[in-house]
Every structure is written in C-alpha cells, then in structure tokens.
Design a protein. Structure first.
Length: 514
C-alpha cells in the first residue's frame, strides 16, 4: 500500500508523505517548537494500576550476573546462549533489570524514581507485559509488570502462546501516548518509539546476560496484539514483542510469523481487561497526529522488497579512505563494570568536562554500536567529536558492522551541535555526539511504512547501547531527542531525504553517580 502525497528526494528516489510527513510536520525550528504551556492539572500518572486482579509478588533480589558488561555485550563471556528453563525468580530478575526502579531522589510528593532505562523528559510512556507458560512455579497466563510494587498482575490465564512453537515467554513493550504527549504534543510519537527502543535493547541484553536466546519483532497485527493485551488502543499500543523459546526447543532460528499467530486467541480472550487502566489523566486526549501516524505506519514492506541496506552497501563500496578501528579486547573488556551494576548505575548526565580519552575507551564505545538483530538495516551512525587519542576532532561516519570509520569533515563541531540542540550549552563539552541517521528512501523501498517505527526503535536501541557502554567505561551519557531538525541535517551534511532522528552524547563528566 502506498499512501498518496508529495515526493521528496534526489537521484530518482521517492519519499512518500507517510514516510516523512509526520516526521517533518513535527520538526522543530527556531521560534517554532510547537509547544505551549503545561496543564499541570492534567499531569499523567507515571504508573499503571489495575484493580481487584490477582497478583504475584516478585523476588526482591535482582542483582543479576556479575560478569563484566562488555563480555556480555560482545558475546565473549563464554556463556552459551541457549534455551533453558525459566522460573519466577529468574523472571523477576529479568523484569527488574529491564525496567525496574534503580534509585530514589527526594521524598513524598517530590520523590523521583530512576529506572533502568532513560526516557524523554522522564515521562516513561512505556509499559511491560509478559505471557508465560511452562514455568514450574508460576501459573500460565498473561501478566502486567507492576514495577512500582515489584509484582505481576494476572490479566489472563491459560496457555496463550501457540503450541506449535513452544515459547516459554513473550514480552510486550507498549506505550501510553498521553504520558509523553502531555508535554511534547505531536512530537511525542517520536519519543514513545525511542523510549520503546531503549526498553527493547535493555531487555535483549538482560536476557542475553541470563544465557537466554531471544528474538525481537516489530511486525505483527496491531489490532490483534492490542486486543490480546486488553488495551484501549486509542491510548496505549504495543510497539514491540520479544520472545524466549522453551528449554526443549530444538529449532531456535524459526522466525515468528507476521500476524497474531504466535499466541492462541479464544473469543473470551478478546475482551478488554480494565481498559480504563490505560487512562493516566482525567484529560488525556491524544493528539490526532499521533494516532494517525501510528495507523499509517502499520503497513509492511512493498511486494518484492528486500530488507538489505543499500545505503550501507554504497557506503562500503564508495569510501576508499576508511580507517579500520581495532576491536576491543583485554582489560577494556574484562575489567569493565559488572553487567547488572552497569544497568543499575545508568543515568543521564549533563556535567561534561572537556577531556580526552585513550584509544581503548573510544574503540570500545564505538564498537558497542552494533545491533543484533537489526530492525532497520538502512540506519547509519555519525559522530561529531572533540580530540581523543589518535582521533582528531571532526565529524565521522561509523560503520559498526565493518568496524570502519571515515572522515566527513575535519574540525570541532560540538558547539554547533549544541547550538542545533536547542542551544543546550552543556552539550559542547561532551566528547562524543552520536547521531543516528535514517535515509528515508531506503527505508521505504526495503521496509515500507512500518519502517518508520523500526527506524525509531533501532535509534532508541543504539542510544541505550551508548548509555550502557558509557556507564561501563566510567563515562556519562545523555540522549537528546529535541533539536532543530533542519540545522542538524545541515550540520551533518545530509541530503534532504535523510534525517538525524536521535542524538546521544557521551564523554567524561565531573562526577559520576555511585
């Protein structure tokens, strides 16, 4: 399905309105941020509550594995990822590390609770659900993760995951639109997808740290999955699904089919489960632009499309003056923070100092930006940086798959980047500005309208990797989703049919949280 509309692009490549329409309409420009005053009387609740349903308390001990973070990230821990038996204790640890509360500041009405993933404006639009079966100590069914009380809320009972594929668990990442749109209006759909990407990548890494294989899926029947979760889909929607096979599964590589076929749905199970629980405020009207964007990006790839990245192939074939960056090893990997401690310590920092770092640090950090699996192959990474050891200041294009970089333009552009990021002066001191770039024509040709969601999810996933890798290296990190879009495009020398969709800063800071 092709949505009608104007065409943007160069070289004969078309970009349809479904593609850039929402994204360009929500672009920030100087004097045109599209915001307004905050209605504090409509401030959304930060936790979702169900009433009168059965609950299951989760274990308090969620310290997780003690192996070095980079051994988990790079797969060098010697821990073989394979199907194994899940139980309530392990599930509690997985959920707690994936989306748990990690610290508290303030008291009473002023209390703020940090979580294991970042969120735009600390608004946390995402929720997490788990469908489980075959656990020795937990009834089969669908559960909501009540992170405020560290418990599961049972929404449905029974063996819900389809029998011909013996899944042990499926995790559903959703977003409640109004939590973000209360502050960010129409642009909030971007942030919901980025935040979901943070959560997806954190979940994948936590599962990997537990020695579990996992798959992530962004393509499914929206209506069926939302109904299965019992949601009011005008307020809350599913954006991604992660699955873990049962310990007895032999063929782990079988892909989940598109559509609702990975769980059983009886007529009774279509019934909503307290849909009023999706309301976070008495005045929670979601902007029509967000709902329209979500519906218009429900469509899959065009017939005959290939999910390969032509942009990356062109990059590899055309750039002759590339520089290979050695893969990290030795003490940089083995002496990093423990995995669970890294997740626990992650914070957003703005107290950067203008300092260099040794080769081993930036090599490790840059090599961390290699997603497995990739939802949006055309995604590319740009880096604006100051001087580091054997790395002159400049803007670089980074090919994580090839482990190679190329210079786009020499010079220190961090002040210009800070200026384009709503004049946030603290940003000019951050050593690295990672910018995640999307070539819209390649996304359309290979992924279709659904590719918009996948591009934003992968950008959030990359941002989460910057956060965690920086934390493990003793650096600070901070995601920036608010910037003047056209200025950022010009800064990184991008064609009109490409956009930077997310920026994540990293570098030495004055003081780290302990």
């Amino acid at each position: 399905m092709i949505f009608p509309g104007r065409t943007l692009g160069t070289g004969g490549k078309a970009v349809r309105d479904w593609d850039v329409g929402y994204h360009r309409q929500t672009a920030y420009g100087r004097g045109a941020l599209g915001g307004g005053y905050l209605d504090w009387s409509a401030r959304p609740a930060v936790y979702k509550n169900y009433h009168g349903l059965s609950t299951v308390a989760l274990p308090e001990d969620i310290r997780g594995v003690h192996r070095p973070f980079f051994e988990i990230l790079f797969g060098t821990s010697g821990l073989e990822a394979r199907p194994q038996e899940l139980n309530a204790e392990k599930l509690g640890r997985i959920l707690g590390l994936t989306y748990g509360i990690t610290a508290q500041s303030g008291q009473g009405r002023d209390a703020f609770f940090y979580r294991s993933v970042p969120s735009a404006g600390a608004l946390y639009p995402c929720e997490l659900y788990a469908a489980v079966q075959g656990f020795p100590d937990l009834e089969d069914g669908l559960y909501h993760y009540d992170l405020a009380r560290n418990r599961l809320v049972r929404l449905r009972t029974g063996r819900l995951l389809r029998s011909e594929k013996p899944w042990a668990a499926a995790f559903f990442v959703t977003a409640i639109f109004f939590r973000s749109s209360w502050k960010y209006r129409d642009r909030a759909y971007r942030y919901c997808l980025l935040d979901a990407g943070h959560l997806v990548e954190n979940a994948l890494l936590v599962l990997q740290s537990e020695g579990l294989t996992a798959q992530v899926f962004s393509r499914f029947d929206d209506e069926a999955v939302n109904a299965f979760l019992g949601l009011d889909s005008e307020r809350e929607v599913c954006l991604a699904v992660l699955t873990v096979p049962h310990a007895e599964t032999e063929n782990e590589s079988e892909a989940l089919p598109e559509g609702p076929g990975f769980f059983e749905l009886g007529e009774a199970r279509h019934e909503p489960v307290q849909p009023e629980a999706c309301r976070m405020s008495p005045s929670d009207k979601v902007p029509r632009g967000i709902l329209d964007a979500h519906r218009r990006t429900a469509v899959g790839a065009p017939a005959g499309a290939s999910p390969r990245s032509r942009a990356t192939e062109a990059f590899r074939s055309q750039l002759e003056a590339r520089r290979n960056v050695p893969k990290p090893g030795g003490e940089a990997v083995s002496r990093s923070l423990a995995f669970a401690e890294t997740v626990w310590r992650r914070r957003s920092y703005r107290n950067y100092v203008s300092q260099s770092v040794p080769c081993s640090v930036w090599h490790t950090l840059w090599h961390s930006l290699s997603l497995r699996p990739v939802l949006c192959p055309p995604m590319e990474v740009l880096v604006a940086c100051g001087d580091a050891e054997e790395l002159p200041a400049g803007i670089y294009r980074w090919d994580a798959a090839a482990g190679a970089m190329s210079l786009v333009k020499a010079g220190d552009f961090r002040s210009a980047s800070a200026h384009a990021c709503l004049d946030q002066d603290w940003l000019r001191h951050a050593l690295f500005h990672f910018a995640f770039e999307v070539p819209w024509p390649d996304v359309w040709e290979s992924l279709g309208p659904r590719g918009y969601r996948e591009a934003m999810l992968d950008a959030g996933r990359l941002g989460q990797r910057v956060y965690l890798a920086s934390t493990a290296l003793g650096l600070g990190a901070c995601g920036i989703g608010a910037f003047y879009d056209d200025e950022v495009r010009r800064l990184f020398h991008l064609d009109h049919d490409r956009d930077v969709v997310y920026i994540t800063a990293s570098g030495p800071v004055k003081k780290l949280w302990k």
